[in-house]
Ligand binder design. Structure first.
Ligand code: AMP
Length: 539
């Protein structure tokens, strides 16, 4: 067989040749809809590639993006890698210092920013070492000096027709994304062309997300978080209509867009779907969604209550598990036909599991006594391997204990695998809280709280929350005679952390329970306060 490279230029050319008239719709900051075709998209992506090369981009240079989900970000998803550059998506929900650290660690040479995100950029721009900042005039306002206007930048490249793709090897870097889902500093994961192409095939499969040319697909999952689950690549490969919500992520805006663009497939974290479900329940019969609408839900567990709720409204949830280090899709909660004969309750219990591995992803669970049997009971740390699983972190001189000697990636998730091959996450070894799809480090919060003069000791744990899935709780031992209020604590922490990191509640205890090794016994705290947020205190 031919040695044909699995690289992005093929997808882009195919998009032009085969799917040229398919549509891409984006919600703009002023809520108007921008529409164009795959043909327009390909021309502009190639113009971007040409402009970057003309601006001096060399193969392997990182180009950062600080953008919402819309057509220009899609152009960057393709234009940067086909120029030989590396698409580095920056997570705009992180603290500005952290974004600056990540852009610095990745050595981003260029940066593309939405004009509506300039206020955020200003908060860390002085710490950046990028050569050129290109601003996307989404609002139509003139781009201020000294930035480069994206439209002028790509227009300046001349016609895309004579653009020649540079030589690309399938193992060349296509993109990178930093995960804050680990302890310590965020770590960079580099995706190859090959890994993202193979990932696209696996994601499109009927028994994964079942994506097709007939779909009108809306990635709500941010394009700055794990390649928006690879959807921009997969959807472009299959030629679906693509619908991007821009910065408007509230339930009513999303429902309006789904209704207007006849969306048949959407993807996002559970918090998004909790909101949508609530709106659907509040206004029965009001929203006219497509028959057979599917939603891929992941990033945190899709609980049974959500599966049942969505079913009541005719929306089919596809529950998926994955990580930044796994590109991300690893397992999918699709039921085998014989399981569809089980009782309704049993089926829901199965669908609430994280599911079976997709082809080419291998999973195992390793406990204290080595690899655990697939019996649905034996727990251990989940390990994975496959062609779209990271083999290392970017530029981490001290290495990482996340990779085993025999070539598996240690996920930090604690799981069981049953006889049928369905994986179920039961806990996490990482000291992190996942709120609305984004990570909060309990250790960073604890250290900061313990620096407060009134605090003797503090532990921070994630407590389950009806809207955000998990929210932090501070468990504090006060110094004798000292006093502390939640407001006082917030004021103390505010300069160091993004607002949504701050603990919703604080409880005082005489001492924090510890393990025999002297570490905080967080499982006991989580158990003791597990119902604290059931009423939904965070807004
Ligand atoms: P990230 O790298 O930020 O995408 O986070 C990956 C982590 O999110 C995993 O290691 C899990 O802890 C969690 N996660 C992702 N999907 C699910 C899911 N379906 N159910 C439970 N946890 C999940």
């Amino acid at each position: 067989m031919m040695n044909y490279p699995l690289t992005l230029p093929h997808l882009l050319e195919r998009a032009r040749l085969i799917h040229g008239s398919a549509e891409i719709v984006s919600r703009m900051p002023d809520k108007s809809l921008h529409r164009y075709t795959y043909d327009d998209f390909v021309r502009r992506a190639k113009s971007l590639a040409k402009a970057l090369i003309q601006a001096g981009l060399r193969k392997g240079d990182r180009v950062g993006t600080l953008m919402w989900n819309h057509y220009v970000h899609l152009e960057a998803y393709f234009g940067i890698p086909v120029s030989g550059g590396v698409l580095h998506t920056l997570n705009l929900r992180l603290h500005p210092d952290e974004i600056a650290y990540i852009a610095g660690h990745a050595e981003d040479r260029f940066l593309i920013v939405d004009d509506v995100l300039l206020p955020l950029l200003k908060r860390f721009e002085d710490k950046l070492r990028v050569e050129k900042i290109i601003v996307v005039p989404l609002t139509g306002q003139p781009v201020p000096e000294p930035y480069t206007d994206y439209e002028a930048f790509i227009a300046g490249a001349g016609s895309p027709d004579d653009f020649e793709y540079p030589d690309l090897d399938e193992q060349d870097a296509l993109g990178m994304c930093y995960t804050s889902g680990t302890t310590g500093r965020p770590k960079g994961v580099v995706y190859s062309h090959r890994s993202m192409i193979l990932h696209s095939f696996a994601c499109a499969m009927t028994d994964t997300m079942g994506l097709s040319i007939k779909d009108s697909a809306m990635p709500v999952v941010p394009m700055f978080h794990v390649n928006a689950w690879g959807l921009p690549f997969t959807l472009t490969m299959v030629g679906s209509k693509q619908v991007y919500p821009g910065p408007h992520l509230d339930p009513v805006s999303l429902l309006e867009l789904m209704q207007h663009e006849q969306v048949t497939f959407a993807a996002g974290v559970p918090t998004i779907w909790f909101g949508i479900l609530q709106e659907l329940e509040k206004n029965p019969g009001h929203w006219k969604l497509q028959d057979g609408l599917r939603t891929a839900v992941g990033g945190s567990a899709a609980p049974e209550s959500m599966l049942r709720g969505m079913d009541r409204h005719g929306v089919r949830v596809i529950h998926a598990w994955g990580m930044t280090e796994t590109a991300p899709v690893g397992t999918v909660g699709i039921l085998k036909p014989h399981l569809l004969k089980r009782s309704e309750d049993e089926q829901y219990a199965w669908r609430a599991k994280q599911g079976i591995p997709v082809p080419f992803v291998e999973i195992r669970v390793v406990g204290e006594n080595g690899e655990a049997p697939w019996d649905g009971k034996s727990m251990g740390e989940l390990e994975v391997r496959g062609p779209w699983v990271a083999a290392a972190y970017h530029n981490l001189p001290d290495g990482s204990d996340s990779f085993t000697e025999d070539g598996w990636f240690r996920t930090g998730d604690v799981a069981t695998i049953d006889e049928e091959g369905y994986m179920k996450i039961t806990d996490r070894t990482k000291d992190l809280i996942k709120s609305g799809g984004e990570w909060i480090s309990s250790v960073d919060l604890e250290n900061a709280i313990m620096a407060h003069p009134a605090v003797k000791e503090a532990a921070v744990v994630g407590i389950s929350h009806p809207k955000w899935q998990e929210r932090p709780l501070a468990v504090v031992v006060k110094k004798e005679g000292a006093d502390l209020t939640l407001e006082g604590l917030h004021a103390f922490l505010a300069p160091k952390f993004a607002k949504w990191w701050l603990p919703d509640e604080m409880v005082f205890v005489d001492e924090i329970p510890r393990t025999s090794a002297g570490k905080f016994l967080k499982s006991r705290l989580r158990e003791e306060y597990k119902d604290l947020y059931s009423g939904g205190s965070a807004s």
